[in-house]
Design a protein around this ligand. Structure first.
Ligand SMILES: Nc1nc2c(c(=O)[nH]1)N[C@H]1C(S)=C(S)[C@@H](COP(=O)(O)O)O[C@H]1N2
Ligand SMILES: [Mo]
Length: 328
């Protein structure tokens, strides 16, 4: 998503929503598609089609979907080196109204014995799969979603059904769901061992601490202007958004060039936890080269730091990203 193309609407239009695939988008026939539920921790194997899903209680969730690597390009500002992975700026995020069924209600159709992990498996060529622990799987806002912004999921976003895991890295929200497995022991896949783990000098060596897994998203903000920006001298309204996986945004502060005082930006509702809030500020632009600093704080007390440690794949980069603006 291009931030300079973002208008005032709270939800990200489907056609602007970023797409991130590990392999090609599969084409799935909804008439023959079934979602299997089973595995060692299930009491029985079940297969649900789209009509079966539609008969379960319906739930709507407005939340962000954000790639673990969103903002990765900006690590270069601090470290003068590019991390591995798609070299994108802050456009690896969108907010949609997701409609579907709580994952817990879907899992209940198969019953369960002792379960620690739930493994959702995609129908794409790589069978992308990444486990989530049972307590997260039973959060009623974790959905098996069939619709976004009121329309059936487009193929690129997981048609006919995908997982939505609010607050966690996008990789947890498995698209093109084909099977949900209940496991009595922790599950390891490439997507929670080699990909989507934090490695680098500041982190424990590979495979040691479970805290290295990239999981909860961090507080961030973005400016709805091109990078870099050119503006005329005079008064400007500058807009953007801020978001956090830990709650709602409490404040957005702005400052120029790291020298001026920090001032509070105006926030406009809605301010939905795990989605985002729109902010705006008024600025009297004077000729020269400037750097706009935006610092978001959430209601759990998390604030964007000035720096963040290097990690090899550039995940969860939430440090303040200076926005260059030239005024003439
Ligand atoms: N089956 C499957 N699910 C997947 C992926 C994938 O490649 N295959 N990519 C993941 C990643 S890395 C992200 S960031 C989100 C992106 O969702 P979107 O393309 O709908 O924006 O989907 C996740 N779910
Ligand atoms: Mo991602």
């Amino acid at each position: 998503m291009r931030w300079e193309s973002v208008d005032d609407s709270y939800l990200t239009p489907v056609e602007r929503f970023f797409v991130r695939n590990n392999s090609a988008t599969p084409r799935i026939d909804p008439a023959t598609w079934k979602l299997e539920i089973g595995g060692p921790g299930a009491e029985r194997e079940v297969a649900l089609d789209l009509d079966d899903l539609a008969r379960l209680p319906r739930r709507d969730v407005v939340c962000a979907l954000e790639c673990a690597g969103n903002g990765r390009r900006h690590l270069r500002v601090l470290f003068d080196e590019d991390p591995e992975g798609a070299n994108w700026g802050l456009g690896g995020i969108g907010v949609a109204r997701w409609t579907g069924v709580s994952l817990g209600d879907v899992l209940a159709t198969a019953g369960r014995t002792t379960v620690v992990d739930v493994l959702p498996i995609g129908l794409d060529e790589l069978r992308v799969r990444r486990p989530l622990p049972l307590d997260k799987a039973l959060d009623p806002d974790v959905l098996v979603a069939t619709h976004m912004n009121g329309i059936p999921l487009p193929p690129d976003h997981g048609f006919p059904a995908r997982l939505i895991v609010p607050g966690w890295v996008g990789a947890a929200s498995i698209k093109w769901l084909g099977r949900l497995e209940l496991h009595s022991a922790p599950v390891f896949t490439p997507w929670n061992t080699t990909s989507y783990v934090l490695t680098g000098p500041s982190y424990a060596p590979e495979g040691e601490a479970p805290g290295m897994i990239a999981r909860d998203q961090v507080v961030k903000s973005a400016v709805q202007l091109p990078r870099p920006t050119r503006l005329r001298t005079g008064r400007h309204t500058i807009k953007g958004r801020a978001w956090s996986a830990q709650g709602a945004i409490e404040a957005v502060h702005w400052s120029f060039d790291g020298t001026g005082p920090w001032e509070a930006a105006r926030l406009s509702p809605p301010n939905i936890p795990r989605a985002w809030v729109r902010w705006e500020l008024e600025w009297d632009a004077e000729p020269g080269r400037h750097e706009l600093l935006i610092r978001a704080t959430d209601d759990a007390g998390n604030t964007q730091p000035c720096t963040a440690p290097w990690n090899d794949k550039g995940y969860l980069y939430g440090a303040i990203v200076p926005h260059p603006i030239t005024v003439s």
